[in-house]
Design a protein around this ligand. Structure first.
Ligand code: CA
Length: 230
């Protein structure tokens, strides 16, 4: 099972270090940013599974960064937990309106933080563990990584699996090759866009005997789409 990646955006180093220590201790992978600019650079490098975002940052505030991230297609679905010293109800509302998924008031205990992260990761994003994604007779088990077509187990490579998992959790939307590279391979990996085509072909080949290759659709001039509609 891959460790969930958490980006910590906080200008106060002691808090950042405390949080990193607490999260790596329970198996999360962490990156640290001291301001919005660093955060955006790290996000561009590799999309985190969750962002812990301090409200009061020098320069661009946490609220403004949250708004930005929720506006952009690539980062829209990444859950955000706001960290703040403010406990006012009005601030909480403002924080959640900015698109944050949850809110935690300083000082907090590591245990409380981990509990909140787990809760948000569980409900956030379509790809939670112990869930089965289905499309027509195709099913993908997120816990066991088993894929079957009409009850027959399919054999596919790890990249084809990740590609299919991404498609099945984001159906009916067109993704460019670049977007697929970012979301499936990670944007810090240097591979050419035609690599996507190679793995799409392999994936279709696995699905073809069951007639499900048509679910992976080429959208000319745009990219690929996973759809149960013709
Ligand atoms: Ca701060």
């Amino acid at each position: 099972m891959n460790a969930k990646r958490i980006l910590i955006v906080e200008d106060e180093r002691p808090i950042r270090e405390m949080v990193t220590f607490a999260l790596t201790g329970v198996g999360y992978e962490t990156r640290e940013a001291a301001d919005a600019r660093q955060a955006q650079a790290l996000i561009a490098e590799r999309l985190p599974d969750l962002i812990l975002l301090d409200w009061m940052l020098p320069g661009v505030s946490g609220i403004d960064l949250a708004r930005r991230l929720k506006r952009e297609e690539l980062t829209r679905e990444v859950p955000i937990i706001m960290l703040t010293a403010r406990a006012e109800e009005e601030d909480k509302v403002q924080g959640l309106e900015s698109g944050a998924d949850d809110y935690i008031t300083k000082p907090f205990s590591p245990r409380e933080l981990v509990a909140r992260i787990r809760a948000v990761l569980r409900r956030g994003g379509p790809a939670t563990e112990d869930e089965i994604l289905r499309a027509n007779g195709l099913s993908l088990d997120l816990a066991s990584h088993r894929v079957s077509a009409d009850e027959t187990l399919l054999d596919m490579g790890p990249t084809e699996y990740r590609l299919l998992e991404f498609f099945m959790s984001h159906p009916e939307r067109v993704y460019s090759r670049g977007q697929l590279l970012d979301r499936v391979w990670g944007s810090n990996v240097y591979v050419e866009e035609r690599t996507v085509d190679v793995h799409i072909r392999r994936l279709r080949k696995v699905l073809e005997p069951h007639g499900y290759d048509t679910l992976v659709q080429t959208v000319r001039g745009a990219g690929y789409r996973f759809s149960t509609r013709v």
